[in-house]
Design a binder for this molecule. Sequence first.
Ligand SMILES: [Mn+2]
Length: 355
Amino acid sequence: MRKIDELKNSLPDGADCAVISSDINRRYFTGMKSSAGTLLVFRDAAYLIIDFRYIEKAQKTVTDCDVILQGRLYEQLLELMKNHGAKTAAIESDTVTVSQLADMKKRLADVEIISDDRLSTVIKNMRIIKTADEIEKIKAAQLIAEKAFDEVLNFIKPGVTEKEIALTLDFYMLRNGAEALSFDTIALSGKNTSLPHGVPSDKKVCGGEFVLMDYGAVVDGYHSDMTRTVCVGSPSEKMTEIYNIVLKAQEESLNGAKSGMEAKQLDKIARDIIASAGYGENFGHSLGHGVGMEIHEAPNASPSSDEILRENMVVTVEPGIYIPDEFGVRIEDFIVIKHENSLNLTSCNKKLICI
Ligand SMILES: [Mn+2]
């Protein structure tokens, strides 16, 4: 079923329509990227009201709703609501700002605004389960990231800086067709690898150091996310030991993932392995997160998550061990949850690569 039809069928009880103004949700339902615009969805109709900058493209590409050139937005909304006999309108509680809400209440005074979390929950529950088409886009994004990984392995050597490694990944992802980068690429080396989300610096890579890269590409609005830790030259015994603990934690979590399990249970598989090796204190972040039109979205695979993994959710599996002033290791793949197992979207080698 088309996403917009699914939304029409699942508007919250008591809501005669939904007003969607967030860029990401608008793109999710219409397939078109824009920095402004309003989607108005009734049970029996849907409208995209969008300004002059986007109108030509919207008229050509958006087929699931009537496209209207934006004039006086609130007057247009009121008129459409009146035509459809709508007296209540649900809004996205997780993205509408306090001032936007005040504005809506004033300008749409004849309509009751439903600002509880029900519309956002409906949309979240749709977005959390990926369609085959969405999974294809995520796979395409990951393929681009993996090509960049192959390229960057030829580039990494003693003397290159963290920033140059990050730029090299970015260059290859964009050149290979990424519409954007999933987030600011992380490339760290040596002691800096103990900072889980460190920022690439002018530090040069030296022999005997880890290089940690966490990055992703975007295709048609869908993100990929991967982390690899490689060694330049030969690792110390401790580096090899830690790498293999993280790898075991990651592989066991991947093997255990399936629909019906609690997301916190997936986190626990990795956490128990790392803790029993004596490094529990050095794994201070959650195991993973959902990925889709946002780089971090539901479900959350953390010890405090109350979500259940369901078929066709996409989630990262990224355990790490970080030893301050020494080094850190993180290995990240992302998977599609299936009925009895999971499908790994990441195919890059995970045995410790020494360059
Ligand atoms: Mn991640």
